[in-house]
Design a protein around this ligand. Sequence first.
Ligand SMILES: Nc1ncnc2c1ncn2[C@@H]1O[C@H](COP(=O)(O)OP(=O)(O)OP(=O)(O)O)[C@@H](O)[C@H]1O
Ligand SMILES: [Mg+2]
Length: 430
Amino acid sequence: MIKGMNFDMEEESKQNLWNFDEEIRLSWERCKGNGLAHRDLPKIETVSEFELSDIVKNNQILIDFALPYMMKIKSLIPQHNSVVLLCDKECVIFYKLGEAPLLAKLGIEKGHIVRENNIGTNSLGTCIVIDKPIAVFGDQHFLAAFKGWAGVAAPIHAMDGRILGALGIYVKEEDANYGMLGMVILAAKGIEDQLGLRSEYAELEAFNRRLFEFNNDIVNTASMLSHEIRNSLSTISAYVQLLQLEKVLDTLRADKILTEVTRVDKLLNDFKSLTRPPQRKLMRHSLNELLCYVVDLMLAKARIGKVDIKLMMPEQNVYVKVDKGAIQQVFINLIENAIQAMEKGGTLTIRLLRDERSGVALIEFEDTGMGIPEEHLSDIFKLFYTTKKGGSGLGLTLCKNIIKNHNGNIRVQSKVGVGTKFVIELPYVE
Ligand SMILES: Nc1ncnc2c1ncn2[C@@H]1O[C@H](COP(=O)(O)OP(=O)(O)OP(=O)(O)O)[C@@H](O)[C@H]1O
Ligand SMILES: [Mg+2]
């Protein structure tokens, strides 16, 4: 029985799982074919210091991933006359843990090339040739000089199956066991998994970068297009108004064209806001003043829709640090939605409160409109979600983005047939 093998292992070896007799025979054939004889001394070939440091540099990631495994293996095998090694696919040993001076004299040393045709059958060199794990114990080595030593090694592959190198252990023959082969196989598998994860991560990163660039291209093209279209729209509306003045176009038709022109113009404007970088100029503003200004702006529309706007605010100004234009846009969108939701008129109550406990200003927009069915409440902030003929579904997406970019929050409560309340929270400043 081979030392370290229990009965089951011996059985497995009979079934060829741990039996390398055939691989050893083939390796010996190759050695003979290369003109080696059993009594030859190992032909020691080395790379220069310069080449070795280059190899180390090129394999740094492999070393980083392999080192924890190599240290663990080293702690589990005899401390004297044992080495744990990494070689590249050209069989150059480029990393070594432990010392075995007599073994180094035979060519198993950092910077040495352990190819089969230099030093005969040996675990590292042979494992690279056959691209499989192997154990080479004692006189299984082709050169008699290796009698008394044992090696186990397993190849390490890149994601695409290319062989990168091998991990191996060399010990005195009396210290060798097949458990060591299990260790290098497991370690090589662990290193391959980490290399795989790393390359998947790198691919993902590259993909993300491409996506980001692609997104930038789309945004740039879209804003250029939207700019061009809005220019044309203003020319069209100027000509329509001219034709109307000259009585070439009757008012009804002219109004229809102008309404559509205004709709497309608003759509493009909202789209532009969606793609514009967040928070352009943050300044301290009074919410009281911003609300008064917007309500004033919307009074005419509200009157046409028979909507009464009630504005309730504390006497003391509540200040926030915001992009004025963006926040005004949010208020306008919410007031427009409320007016549109009260088809037969109603009341829109706008309340401003200062919540001392949480440090936020609360701005509520409560209407007495048709309400939103519960199953649609989670849809209303989604891009392009609209239930309106001629709506674009950009308004609330825009509101949410702007508020989020100001470290705020926007939420909604609604009851069909009773009304809807939007609540904005924005951190206030003194
Ligand atoms: N106050 C409200 N009452 C009832 N439903 C509302 C209210 N506000 C928004 N909604 C619902 O949410 C949908 C999305 O609103 P949003 O403002 O994003 O788009 P829109 O008003 O349809 O179009 P636009 O982009 O022109 O504003 C509306 O179509 C409507 O169904
Ligand atoms: Mg809207």
